[in-house]
Design a protein around this ligand. Structure first.
Ligand SMILES: Cc1ncc(COP(=O)(O)O)c(C=O)c1O
Length: 381
């Protein structure tokens, strides 16, 4: 590796002086790759990555590179048509983005004025809502999920009502990351109703395909978008479609919202090879995707049952996604499990810093072999 060409201390002082002040000390999103970055491909390949909710296995795709001297379409038509067929919404209601993460960022930039407006999140939840808000200078209001014996992982509807007029965008995540819980449809509808005149409600469905209701809920979602002006749904090809490295996601909403977001997105967000592979997968490989989802769901159920029997495990959360979250008896046991796996090159995610998730770890559902290896190893703990 070559070393940097600048004089670090001089550049550092200048950049810190010029940068937006709040970015200087900001901690960026600790993605699974960043947390264990080594810069060494060989070393990375020798690890078992069960910390980013990616699908296991790899696809083989042929690319036509004849036209890459040209800019791609702003929104490649073949890609929009393929996703439109899949989600049963007209293409006018779809915006293709660089992953669902870009959708999150565009929504905040389009609806929140920096240093004036707020987003609302319901922790424990996906970290990028807060990071994107911070990056943009939007405030963050938290209304945590309800965590009582009677109602676990549900929206605090009364708490949401108190924020009407104080927030511009509300992020709901269902199935939620890092718990895997699905929010009851009635609660999502209630939130949309509460904010119908004052805020956009985003339903992040990155793990949509893993839910039992997946097929039936298309109509529900499409009705939400056609009947409620303030709804946005986020989807991705990074999970069930096993294309995390491709960076392709979709924002679904009314034509007016899509038109607005189109003003903010980069002029050529979807690279031609990305559109080509994504269109092919969406057109030809839906059965492959469904089989992958079925396998992951079965493995998750088996792993959850196994975890429940481990003496260091206190609680296993119900999940409808390609990961399972569990709580260890105490912090020592949590660290012991986590560190033992890392020492043996199996990477899972520590979620214990999140509100309500003390001593919790999350395992992404990898291949059958990877999960068997993880169990075998933990049996020796
Ligand atoms: C809930 C949730 N939303 C969005 C994303 C981002 O997905 P993408 O890879 O499409 O940017 C993730 C990724 O882990 C996620 O868990």
């Amino acid at each position: 590796m070559t070393s940097p060409v600048d004089d670090a201390s001089v550049t550092n002082a200048l950049i810190n002086k010029l940068a937006r002040e709040e970015l200087v000390d900001m901690v960026p999103y600790q993605s699974a790759r960043r947390l264990f970055a080594s810069g060494d491909n060989e070393q990375a390949n020798s690890k078992t990555w069960l910390n980013a909710n990616e699908a296991p296995g790899q696809g083989q795709y042929q690319l036509n590179s004849e036209n890459i001297n040209r800019y791609p379409d702003f929104q490649p038509q073949a890609l929009l048509s393929a996703y439109s067929n899949y989600c049963k919404l007209p293409i006018d209601n779809i915006l293709a983005t660089r992953g669902a993460d870009e959708g999150i960022e565009l929504i905040i930039r389009s609806f929140c004025r920096a240093y004036q407006d707020n987003i609302l999140i319901c922790p424990p939840t996906y970290g990028m809502y807060a990071i994107s808000a911070e990056n943009h200078g939007a405030g963050i209001i938290s209304v945590p999920l309800v965590d009582t014996v009677e109602a676990k992982c549900q929206l605090d509807i009364e708490g949401l009502k108190q924020q009407v007029g104080k927030v511009k965008v509300v992020f709901l995540c269902s199935p939620g990351n890092p718990i895997g819980n699905t929010l009851p449809a009635a609660q999502i509808q209630a939130a949309i109703e509460i904010f119908k005149d004052s805020a956009i409600v985003v339903v992040d469905e990155a793990y949509y395909e893993y839910t039992n209701e997946a097929l039936g809920s298309e109509q529900v979602n499409n009705k939400l978008i056609s009947q409620c002006g303030n709804v946005i749904i986020l989807r991705t090809l990074s999970k069930a479609f096993a294309l995390a490295g491709l960076r392709c996601g979709f924002t679904l909403s009314s034509k007016d919202v899509i038109t607005l977001l189109s003003k903010v997105i980069a002029p050529y967000p979807i690279a031609a090879p990305v559109a080509e592979i994504a269109s092919k997968v969406l057109t030809n490989d839906l059965n492959v995707m469904q089989a992958r989802v079925n396998t992951a769901n079965n493995l998750r159920k088996q792993l959850s049952e196994w975890l429940k029997q481990q003496k260091w495990c206190d609680e296993v959360f119900d999940s409808n996604a390609n990961f399972v979250l569990f709580r260890c008896n105490n912090v020592d046991e949590k660290n012991k499990v986590f560190n033992f796996l890392v020492e043996n090159n199996i990477l899972i995610r520590d979620q214990s810093k999140q509100q309500q998730l003390e001593n919790c770890l999350r395992i992404s559902i990898g291949s059958e072999e990877e999960i068997a290896q993880l169990k075998q190893l933990l049996d020796t703990l």
